[in-house]
Ligand binder design. Structure first.
Ligand code: UDP
Length: 362
């Protein structure tokens, strides 16, 4: 079986790393399976791309489509044009896409139109928020996927509602969590740990990059100023996403507690999360990682496509207003963290399950 694996953006790299390891393990056991890795070039900053390949030992991609930035449509179209050439020159039995970025949807469409089977890892999750580009990517990708791999039974139910064939839906767990478990003993403090006097539980991690939080400069500034006031004697480490940085520019925000740092590599970032007092974020992936690490997470969004991080895990959905965050943060300070657990099958073995199932399909 020849698989083309697609990755385009930071969360994709974290998800494909354990899938590639699982394939290589099967190859070593003599299974007839091979892969070709295609990087679409959607994320190309060293901080968001090369660092993850190096730290997670992901092999150098066989092809880089180098699409870079653009509007939603320009980027999606550029990926489709380049990926069609890639697939025509390098035929395969199956295209495997992960997550919900533009590369996921664009490459799924191209593969399907060339009559190649599409596998979607992290299928079926839904925010029901059609203003999110990711939600559109999820729905379109799942509408043409052949084999669905899900992180929850709820995701499988969503797929059934959309008409997917139950025999092709496989609840396998979470590949992002495979990566977390595979690297927990390699995480390390970033260079600024001592310089900022960081200690376990004396700081909060903040990440913001979703359009709903960062595209309006004045609301973003108010949110940052509100968080700066809210945290009392805690420092806030803010690895700033390039999208957020470009909106803030060089404006001096006069913040006392928030410390801006570059986007972190995986090993430093996971160290920071694991030792933090709490996390404030609008990322979906981070709410999964904090759930497994038992770190309180406040999600600055009105909805989540990962409801198990709230019902089972440590995540609290806050909405996008600073007033609500203040209220929920105060409750947390008064009452302490909620009792939380780890969702079913988030055990570090999802990737091996995926490869076993794919091998059984042929
Ligand atoms: N991440 C990282 N360094 C950072 C910020 C995030 O390694 O400075 C990792 C994080 O652990 C998570 C993934 O990147 O696994 C999430 O990426 P992002 O927030 O871009 O995507 P989303 O989850 O919102 O799709």
């Amino acid at each position: 079986m020849k698989i083309t694996i697609v990755a385009g953006a930071r969360p994709n790299f974290i998800k494909i790393a354990p899938i590639i390891k699982a394939i290589e393990k099967k190859q070593a056991e003599g299974a007839r399976i091979s892969y070709r890795l295609v990087h679409t070039g959607q994320h190309y900053d060293k901080n968001l791309s090369d660092t993850f390949f190096e730290e997670l030992n992901i092999p150098k991609p066989n092809a880089n489509l180098e699409v870079k930035s653009g509007s939603q449509s320009i980027q999606t179209a550029a990926i489709m044009v380049a990926f069609e050439q890639e697939l025509l020159q390098n035929p395969c039995d199956l295209v495997l896409v992960v997550g919900d970025v533009n590369s996921t949807m664009a490459c799924a469409i191209v593969a399907k139109k060339l009559n190649i089977k599409v596998t979607h890892v992290e299928a079926g999750i839904r925010s029901s928020d059609m203003t999110m580009p990711e939600e559109i990517n999820r729905i379109v990708t799942d509408s043409i996927t052949d084999y669905f791999f899900t992180t929850s039974t709820w995701a499988g139910e969503n797929l059934l509602k959309y008409g997917a064939d139950s025999s092709n839906i496989h609840f396998v767990g979470n590949v992002m969590i495979d990566t977390l478990y595979q690297n927990l003993d390699r995480i390390s403090a970033p260079f600024f740990w001592n310089e900022f006097n960081l200690e376990t539980k004396n700081y909060i991690i903040l990440t913001l990059h979703r359009p709903s939080n960062v595209d309006e400069e004045q609301s973003l500034i108010q949110l940052l100023q509100g968080i700066d006031k809210m945290v009392g004697d805690k420092k806030v480490i803010f690895p700033i996403h390039p999208r957020t940085k470009s909106i803030l520019g060089e404006t001096d925000l006069n913040l006392k507690n928030i410390l801006f740092v570059e986007p972190q590599g995986y090993l430093n970032f996971m160290f920071l999360i694991k030792n933090s007092f709490a996390v404030i974020t609008d990322s979906g992936g981070i709410s999964e990682e904090t759930t497994v690490l038992g770190i309180p997470c406040f999600t600055m969004r009105n909805n989540t496509e990962r409801p198990e991080t709230e019902t089972i895990g440590t995540n609290t959905l806050v909405g996008t207003s600073i007033d609500n965050l203040n209220k929920m943060f105060r409750d947390f300070l008064q009452n302490g963290p909620r009792k939380a657990g780890i969702p079913e099958l988030w055990d570090g073995n999802a990737s091996e399950r995926i490869i076993d199932i794919l091998l059984s399909k042929k």
